[in-house]
Design a protein around this ligand. Structure first.
Ligand code: R5P
Length: 326
């Protein structure tokens, strides 16, 4: 037989944008690879320059970026990194976007609106990404926006393990802050031993961003320890309103749990003052000192990301990380 035969060796590299270096370092540590040394800076006119300081030829590259404010800059940086990897002959490129950019713009509510979440997927594909990994997408269907494999991770095991230590399970009611998240709340209720469910009837003014009104609670919460579960907290309006309605309906106390702590102003103040016992988020996004407050708990998502990256690299099973049901 003609040709050259080699024993196939693979190389995993983790590269990271500049949005959340602490998370990248933590994932690199878990993987025992570290983060590939990279040069990145901005030109005077705002253009971004990126160069990897080591060869990436033939590698299995995971490109981590955390889509925090200024989100458009960090998205552009990640696209440029993908382009650089592609042109440097990386064998496979996986986008790791723990908080998927523009995830909430996943459908048209009105005519002449964009579907920006789909556009992000198209941009990733055009730049050269082969696969995508994200945590708790706002809507799971957004996986279909990307034409390639998507690993949709759940922060639930990390969050549930913590919450179990903070409540009396026999007195817990899981609460969804709006009708759209009842399925997720159901999963939570099962994980917490089949406890009762409730949800808050929320309405939004579609002409004004970040304005939500919690009208009333559907379900019995009087005297209960409520675990209020959402995918993300942005300005804190949804959650603060929901906590107030729960307390007004007789809830004994409320623990708020969300995967993504966007925490745009004035979230810190709203959450601190809303009457919740504790607010629990993960570090999919950086939480700067101005966003922190006394009853905020931040759990690390790094071990989960690292395990999922390792499974992808080894052609293993990401589903196995979620008891086979993710
Ligand atoms: C809504 O569908 C989401 O799940 C969040 O509840 C919402 O986007 C949070 O935004 P804010 O904190 O600004 O109310």
């Amino acid at each position: 037989m003609s040709g050259i035969i080699t024993t196939g060796e693979k190389r995993l590299v983790l590269v990271s944008g500049r949005a959340h270096p602490e998370l990248a370092e933590a994932v690199g540590e878990e993987l025992q690879t570290g983060v590939l040394p990279t040069t990145a800076y901005d030109f005077a006119n705002g253009e971004i320059y990126v160069r990897f300081n080591e060869s990436v030829r033939g590698c299995d590259a995971f490109v981590l970026q955390s889509h925090t404010d200024p989100i458009n800059q960090w998205m552009m940086e990640q696209l440029i990194m993908i382009d650089a990897l592609k042109r440097a002959s990386a064998k496979r490129i996986t986008v790791v976007a723990p908080f998927y950019p523009y995830a909430r713009q996943d459908k048209k509510h009105l005519g002449r609106e964009p579907i920006s979440a789909r556009l992000m997927a198209d941009l990733y594909k055009t730049a050269g990404a082969d696969r995508l990994m994200s945590v708790d997408l706002h809507a799971a269907q957004a996986q279909g926006f990307f034409d390639g494999p998507v690993d949709h991770l759940w922060a639930m095991p990390v969050l549930v393990d913590y919450v179990r230590t903070r409540v009396n399970l026999s007195r817990v009611t899981v609460v969804s802050p709006d009708a759209g998240r009842i399925r997720v709340a159901e999963k939570w209720a099962n994980k917490l031993g089949g406890c009762p469910l409730a949800f808050v009837h929320k309405t939004r003014d579609t002409t004004r961003p970040n304005v939500a009104v919690a009208n009333r609670v559907v379900g019995d919460v009087a005297g209960r320890q409520c675990v209020l579960v959402d995918d993300l907290i942005d300005t804190g309006g949804t959650i603060a309103e929901a906590v107030k309605v729960l307390r007004a309906s007789g809830a004994k106390d409320v623990i708020v749990v969300a995967t993504h702590g966007v925490l745009s102003h004035p979230a810190a103040q709203r959450l601190q003052e809303c009457g919740a016992r504790e607010i629990v988020v993960t570090n999919t996004l950086p939480i700067t000192s101005d966003k922190r407050f006394q009853n905020l708990t931040i759990l690390s998502i790094a071990p989960l990301l690292a395990r999922a990256i390792r499974e992808v690299f080894d052609d293993g099973s990401v589903t196995s990380l979620f008891d086979g049901v993710a």
